[in-house]
Design a protein around this ligand. Sequence first.
Ligand SMILES: NC(=O)c1ccc[n+]([C@@H]2O[C@H](COP(=O)([O-])OP(=O)(O)OC[C@H]3O[C@@H](n4cnc5c(N)ncnc54)[C@H](O)[C@@H]3O)[C@@H](O)[C@H]2O)c1
Length: 361
Amino acid sequence: MEKIDVKIKAVKERTYPILIGENLLDDAYEFIRNVTDAGRFLIVTNNTVYSLYGDKMKDDDADFIIVPDGEEYKNREILNTIIDKALKMKLERKDAIIALGGGVIGDMAGCAAAMYQRGIDFIQIPTTLLAQLDSSVGGKVAVNHKLGKNVIGFFYQPKLVLADTNTLNSLDDRQFKTGLAEAIKYAFIEKTCNAGEDFNLFEFFKKNRDEIYNKNHKILKQLIKMCCILKSSVVNQDEKEKGLRAILNFGHTYAHAIEIVTDYRYYTHGEAVSIGMKLIFDLAKEIGLISDKYYNDSISLINDYGLITKLGINPGKEIFYDAMLSDKKVKDKKIRFVMPVREKEVRFYNNIDKNMILRGI
Ligand SMILES: NC(=O)c1ccc[n+]([C@@H]2O[C@H](COP(=O)([O-])OP(=O)(O)OC[C@H]3O[C@@H](n4cnc5c(N)ncnc54)[C@H](O)[C@@H]3O)[C@@H](O)[C@H]2O)c1
């Protein structure tokens, strides 16, 4: 088992472990009871994940709420049903909410934990690749609004992240690739994460494509660990996204707009991110920020992993731009882009011409 301690510089006592390994669900409550005094647990999950892993999480002290499956249900209505369930169970302040599922469940359950009685303990049990290497770490929890992605939420750190890599065996190809899109993102921002370690993820991805696609658990654990170290380093430096943390949104300014204009139904989050990364590389090349070589190497990497890079709909430029303006990085109506500048490095730009931004749409 791999263990990473996430530290939050701003608040010393807020350190929590990420545990990564096989079969961790078998001893889940042992790990959980090490980090919380909770007497009762509300497990938030969906029908898909419940049918696969619900049995492993059954316990005399735990109750489930099973919500519908899908990004389109990551909203205030479903969030309310979770709070209703916590109230009906009469959860107390010392009790805990557990997220058992992908990023959608993690974000929504975390939001409920942050709200209920002004905050109760929160445990993340991520079951998708995307959630294990990205969304369960760092304490951003939120639900969507029709007009904006993740606009209703909190910074609320979990007490524990328990990533059982065995759960990845039941992921279908599409969802596995979705996680790889967020993972490859770290190859493009690695140096700017300033983690004090050089993993050379770019090379790692080039070398291990087959191992990754064959779900070699040793390689997957390594990948999840590296991404979690990079993310937690960024979160440690800037928990509340006053600056640096926004680099984690590489490709997301386009991605969030894609998700909004398609009503959260057409693309998975990771697919929107891979299209977003391609658009941002095109933009960077167009305005002369990166060399042809870096552009070609990066696009080859995205293509080698078979990630989607083309927007298959025509939302209309003005509608798309309007959706981009709802991004949380917009300041004074200017969209702030995280742009590639050279290998593994990104920088912020906010004065890019609107026509240029929309050229690829
Ligand atoms: N909080 C953050 O920092 C952060 C970062 C990145 C992404 N996100 C959010 O994460 C969400 C995307 O997460 P996701 O890609 O995990 O999507 P998801 O939660 O919708 O899960 C994808 C699909 O896989 C199913 N599933 C989950 N675990 C499974 C398993 N082990 N086997 C088989 N099927 C399984 C789910 O039921 C769902 O149908 C988005 O809402 C995005 O905004 C948040």
